[in-house]
Design a binder for this molecule. Structure first.
Ligand code: GDP
Ligand code: MG
Length: 173
């Protein structure tokens, strides 16, 4: 039993540029959203304290400062991560392919028991969540990940996504 300092969880957010990684983190931690390109608010590291099954934990969220655009995120970024949230844009098939390439990299380079979760973001823009959704869910299941549909704009699915990650990490401890 530890007192004082809460247990820490390191979560990295990965995905293509512009899919909404920073927006999800900012919505979750500060409950804000901006339509504009976020040049000034660079959320590279955010912390949120939450209670998981009665246990206080500190969720440390690592967001990129845009390096993903140059494919310049090395293993050092996620090597000691407890969890990764892989984000794609529901309207952008390429961004889903990018999630799959991230997963391959993580399976090779990250901790063996890293908790994986996939978020299909911008649900407010996706008119109907058609067949692709089933593919995404099946893919997530095949790699032991959970899959959520989110909107940073409308604050939909976000609490659930982060809570699920924290809970699954805690279950391993
Ligand atoms: P990042 O590059 O992955 O960090 O993406 P950003 O968080 O910077 O978001 C890129 C753009 O998408 C910004 O203009 C955001 O306002 C917008 N955006 C992010 N999340 C959502 C969402 O859920 N719905 C909509 N409609 N736009 C979003
Ligand atoms: Mg960003």
């Amino acid at each position: 039993m530890r007192f004082g300092t809460p247990l820490q969880i390191k979560l990295v957010i990965l995905g293509d540029g512009r899919v909404g990684k920073t927006s999800l983190a900012l919505r979750y931690v500060h409950n804000v959203f901006s339509e504009k390109q976020m040049a000034t608010i660079q959320a590279s590291f955010l912390t949120k304290r939450l209670t998981v099954d009665g246990q206080v934990v500190s969720l440390c969220i690592w967001d990129t400062a845009g390096q993903e655009r140059f494919h310049a995120l090395g293993p050092i970024y996620y090597r000691d991560a407890d969890a990764a949230l892989l984000v794609y844009d529901l309207l952008d098939k390429d961004s889903f392919d990018r999630v799959q390439s991230w997963v391959r990299e993580l399976k090779k380079m990250a901790s063996k028991n890293i908790v994986l979760s996939i978020a299909g973001n911008k649900s407010d823009m996706a008119k109907s969540l058609h067949g692709n959704m089933q593919d995404a869910e099946m893919y997530a299941e095949s790699i032991g990940a959970t899959h959520f549909v989110t909107s940073a704009k409308l604050n939909a699915g976000i609490e659930e996504t982060f809570m699920d990650i924290a809970r699954r990490v805690m279950q391993q401890r």
